[in-house]
Design a protein. Structure first.
Length: 145
C-alpha cells in the first residue's frame, strides 16, 4: 500500500497495532475496535464497511520490515496533533478491552506516548479514565476489601 491513510484510517491502524502488540488479537479487542469506530464522534462519516479492509491494510503493513515503526510513523504524520490524545485514548481502550495488560502492550503504549509526544499528565489521565471505564463490579468490590 502506497497511499497515505485518512486520519480515521490511521486511528484504526493504531488500534490494530495495539491489538497485535502481544501477538494475540483477542475477540474482545477486535470487538472493541468495531464498537469504537461505530460510536465515537471522531469516526463520524467513516464508512463502517471499511473497518475490516482498513484493518487488513494495517496488518499487511505490519508484516513488512519495520512494520510497526512504519505504521506508527503513518499515524503520527496523518492524525492531526489536536487528536493525539484521542488516538492514545483509543489505543488504551483496545488494551483495556480484555481486562488484562500484557508487558508487550505496556511497552507499545510507551512507544506511542513518545511518538505522539504526549505530556505525562495527559497520558496518565487517559489511562486512569480507561481503568475507570473498564473496571468490573467484581474487581471494584475486591479492591474495596
Amino acid at each position: 500500500m502506497t497511499d497515505k491513510p485518512s486520519p480515521q484510517e490511521a486511528l484504526i491502524y493504531l488500534m490494530v497495532v495495539m491489538s497485535a502488540a502481544d501477538r494475540d488479537m483477542t475477540d474482545a479487542e477486535l470487538s472493541s475496535i468495531g464498537r469504537l469506530v461505530r460510536t465515537l464522534p471522531v469516526f463520524d462519516g467513516f464508512d463502517q464497511e471499511r473497518i475490516l479492509p482498513t484493518a487488513r491494510q494495517c496488518q499487511q503493513l505490519l508484516q513488512q520490515p519495520d512494520g510497526p515503526e512504519r505504521v506508527l510513523d503513518l499515524v503520527r504524520d496523518t492524525v492531526p496533533p489536536s487528536l493525539y490524545d484521542t488516538a492514545y485514548s483509543l489505543a488504551v481502550d483496545v488494551v483495556a478491552a480484555d481486562l488484562y495488560v500484557e508487558p508487550e502492550e505496556m511497552r507499545m503504549l510507551q512507544i506511542i506516548r513518545r511518538r505522539l509526544k504526549l505530556e505525562p499528565l495527559v497520558a496518565a489521565a487517559v489511562e486512569r479514565a480507561a481503568r475507570a471505564r473498564h473496571r468490573t463490579l467484581e474487581t471494584a468490590l475486591q479492591a474495596a476489601q
